[in-house]
Write a protein that binds this ligand. Sequence first.
Ligand SMILES: [Zn+2]
Length: 397
Amino acid sequence: MIVYEFKVKGKPYQYKAIDEAIRTAQFVRNSCLRYWIDNRGLGRKELYRYNTELRAMYPFVKDLNSHACQASVERCWSAIARFFDNCKKRCDPAPSQGASGQTPAIFNRPGNADQEKERAPREKIPGKKGYPRFKKNSRSVEYKQSGWKLLDPKQIEFTDKKGIGKLKLVGTWDLAFYPVERIKRVRLVRRADGYYVQFCIQVDVKIETKPTGKTIGLDVGLKEFYTDSNNNTEPNPRFYRKSEKQLSFYQRRVSRKNIGSANRLKAIKRLGKVHLKISRQREEHAKKIARCVIQSNDLVAYEDLRIKNLVKNHCLAKSINDAGWYQFRKWLEYFGNKFGRVTVAVNPAYTSQNCSSCGTIVKKSLSTRTHVCQCGCELDRDHNAAINILNSACPFT
Ligand SMILES: [Zn+2]
């Protein structure tokens, strides 16, 4: 699957119609969830049936394309299924380790099933099973293969009764290259700087590459973006810190305006744009580095970090979110799949404490930057960790 994204241009009434469609999709999802909570033991089929009832009850639900409504039911169901999955995993002591050649998590939302799956089950944290929640601020609505039509050139028309109509597509992708049947999903997304449409196209993007004969272990850190097992480092861009001044400037503007005023809304919009810009920079950076690493190695090993747990440490939270490890890992797995490389997530326990040449445990605190062992091994702390990560991914090399 690949995703092509275009910005859309339309009239204000069309944007309103998109908002209305997004609200309806959220309504369907939340109603199904409510129904499931009130009537335990319901399956997917019952939710579909309930969707039909909703369409009969509310005209505004009926106005949204029926397959788009189904897509919302599916979203609800996947949240429920993920919850059940987590409950089962937490009770099951069998460890689920490693991830290689996984399907890209590009079309999923952050915090998706893949991420949950790899969390080791020995952590029995109460209230951490991901009980499905009601959505308050949906930003997108998903159509399947009906309810829209591609018009020549670079125009899309939404044909359901939400009144979105014809939208101009702004972007350089060539959609005509793929047959229309290959477009499995069309999503309308609202962001701080406007509206976007995403086309999810089914294609097998596997690129044959020659083996490089190289393997690598990566230790992600706060000081450097990563240190690899050959002691090369990639500097940390720290977009967030750089833009922090700008952020606090616009944040202050928001807090100075009266609550509920039009000026406050305007200021919030402006602040949203800064956040959007930073998150785009982070994504681009992670993608660029991940592609580079994957193309020059046959096997890439990295720590199976539970970022959510790390972020709980308040002092480090900002830097950790800023570093964009989650995005980095997502792109590593995506490119690994695309270029036929192996990616391994290894257990992060003791990677920094163990000696990479003899295996004894050398205790050190976070501030100790070098690893010094009795066996004569003296390495940079992160370099030592990167070698350990590589060793636990393939112990025979
Ligand atoms: Zn040693």
